[in-house]
Design a protein around this ligand. Sequence first.
Ligand code: NAP
Ligand code: MG
Length: 493
Amino acid sequence: MKRYLNYINGEWVESSSKKYAANTNPATGEVLGEVAQSTQEDVERAVQAAKAAQKSWRLVPAPERAEVLYRVAQLLKERKEELAQTITKEMGKVIEEARGEVQEAIDMAYYMAGEGRRLVGETVPSELRNKFAMSIRVPVGIAGFITPWNFPIAIASWKSLPALVAGNAIVWKPASETPFIAAEFVRVYEDAGLPKGLINLVFGSGSVVGNAIVDHPEIDLISFTGSNEVGKQINERAGGLLKRTSLEMGGKNAVTVLEDADLDLAVDGIIWSAYGTSGQRCTACSRIIVHEAVKEELETKLLARIAQLRVGDGLDESIDVGPVINRSSLEKIAQYVHIGVEEGAKLLAGGEILTENGLDKGNFFAPTLFTDVTADMRIAQEEIFGPVASIIPVKSLEEAIEVNNSVAFGLSSSIFTQDINKAFAAMRDLDTGIVYVNAGTTGAEIHLPFGGTKGTGNGHRDSGVAALDVFTEWKSIYVDYSGKLQRAQIDNN
Ligand code: NAP
Ligand code: MG
């Protein structure tokens, strides 16, 4: 049986508890191996290693730090298929999507390596003679990462690459459902020659290891991606310690289809966004806001496509929709379908746990479509995180935007229209961190900021140059070469 250990100070080490938990394949129920269950003591060792390593890393010129990142990119490229297989086996997304996810990490590695020669600050003219003024980015120190299972390498790459190029060290607790890809990603850093102690991996539960990271006084910032519920708890704990906390949380994303839309294109976008990754993307489309003039035609087209979706083990290249992550998630999705029916929504497709043809060994839910949903129903307001989408009919663009914005989240939105005026009005008024025109709600590229408004986040962004704002402090520097005391705001006025 494969056994995955913590990685602390450049060594693969047993946890102090010497306890292990099984990791299973959500498509087959097969036990893939076991993973260390750590304690507060392990977090302490990781923090001390990070602290020592960061002391010298901050003095390494950023272009030299970036050389490690270029090697990371190269190794990720070489190991792309192997890493993708690991993702599919332990979290279930179909293999083509897993390859895409690894590609995202490769792209991020090249992009952030380039930042090693930028890390751009400002030089501005001083208001006084013979005085120089500039701002530079400096590392925050030790970054604590708590990450989810749905994009286990992409999200880890969005956080770790900017953190490292900016001169920080890391203590990382990955999701309990996806430990193996975390270990393989750390092995890439190791093989790329990252100095020991800069990335430390501590496996274990959110309540023990997660909280130990959040509470540790020497961890300077927390970067979390996950559910709203956990994010709020982390924010409260870390807030009391005045830690910088970057939170990326849930979504309740919608595709809007106007009466002039290319309906076949809209159907492609909806199917990919609603049922890809079995609806377990934070940017998944779970609401379809449609102009009543094209509602019936859209329903017919969607149903025809849903009927063709093949559900099964994502390692099989012909499969479109893999399993959901675990049993409790499966039950939660079934519960939401029940709630939808009780609320008076009309179930058009799916709605059940799949058990035939061997699917009972895994956690499979049928791609599900509701219609005649109203914006205030629970299935239209709460994050389901499964292959369930709800059609909400509207009478105008204005009503569509109102419905889109009526939820507590603000991650992604999309609009299908051929009318440039309506498209621009939507780009302005959709209250989400990401907006797509004539594409589904998923498909972010790594060089733009990723994150959302309202309950989705707390104002920070992952990826893009914006990620550097999470992992650096601004330092403003004034150099007076006049040889005398010059008082700003006084001697020049
Ligand atoms: P989760 O239950 O919140 O878990 C996320 C991470 O937090 C895991 O590593 C988890 O550890 C840890 N954790 C759990 N309880 C904790 C606690 N009390 N203190 C500290 N850490 C704790 O979320 P998930 O189910 O893994 O992921 C799905 C959620 O993530 C969805 O809501 C989705 O929308 C969101 N998401 C958001 C984005 C974004 O960028 N906006 C991207 C992807 C996913 P264990 O695994 O050990 O429980
Ligand atoms: Mg697993």
